[in-house]
Design a protein around this ligand. Sequence first.
Ligand SMILES: Nc1ncnc2c1ncn2[C@@H]1O[C@H](COP(=O)(O)OP(=O)(O)OP(=O)(O)O)[C@@H](O)[C@H]1O
Length: 277
Amino acid sequence: MTAIDAIAASGLKLAHGAQLALDGVDFTLRPGEIVGLIGPNGAGKSTLLRILAGVAPPDAGQIAWGGQTAGEIGRQQLARCVAWLSQSADSLSDDNGAMRASDIVALGRLPHRRAFASLTAADHAAIDRAMDEADCRQFRDRPLNGLSGGERVRVLLARALAVEAPFLLADEPAAALDPLHQLQVMRLLRAKARAGCGVLVTLHDLALASRFCDRLALLVDGRKLADGPPQAVLDDAIVARAFHVRLAHASHRGENYVTPWEPVDPWASNRTEDGHD
Ligand SMILES: Nc1ncnc2c1ncn2[C@@H]1O[C@H](COP(=O)(O)OP(=O)(O)OP(=O)(O)O)[C@@H](O)[C@H]1O
């Protein structure tokens, strides 16, 4: 398999009917970095991930995986190179929902298998590894639709990890998780990046985004408003404009983090809700 040096997109536009979801977005993901994709509800994050994963073509703009277009790289090679965790388990059919968790994770090995071939020892090892990493091996014999929301996300994350792809696109993997599993998943994604994987993760939790990501890309109304180091992107004026909130900034054991503190009118003066400047 040829190594892919980047997923690079420019001028991406996509409309869902009359609704413009992406309006001229440039974005590059490189090996070895973990990038947080942030933005308010409806900003276009999931739409961008789907395009970068090659599951939805844009209406306009260019996208290339290691310099190759979707037609050049081919469906199977793309599926081996880019693992995608979709935002919701609804993307699975009812049939899939009745499947055992370990069989769902085994679907992550499909890009590596010949048609109708059985799982190899290497496939079984990758499945076990992925289930351990996502802390879901204990659910292996249970049907997916018999698991809680957070447990299901961990199984679907394991399916994406089982691909063992050089790029991993994860749509809100932490949203349904308890605090321990949020930390485990973010540490895991960062470790994947440190091992050379290019990781793009959508997050609503700005504390996790600021703490675990090398870079943040901020989408608002289908456009990229900022892209850079977390501290630069989580600038008070940018955050007020994008999210209409003010952040509290703090540090713990030498690490900076933020937490949303109060709503703010981005066009008003710098006053806080209780009247302080
Ligand atoms: N299937 C669809 N049909 C019509 N409009 C859609 C569809 N999917 C998304 N949209 C619209 O496209 C825009 C971008 O949606 P997208 O799901 O990419 O946003 P998002 O940033 O991922 O949001 P969230 O944080 O709520 O998950 C939104 O205005 C949304 O309403």
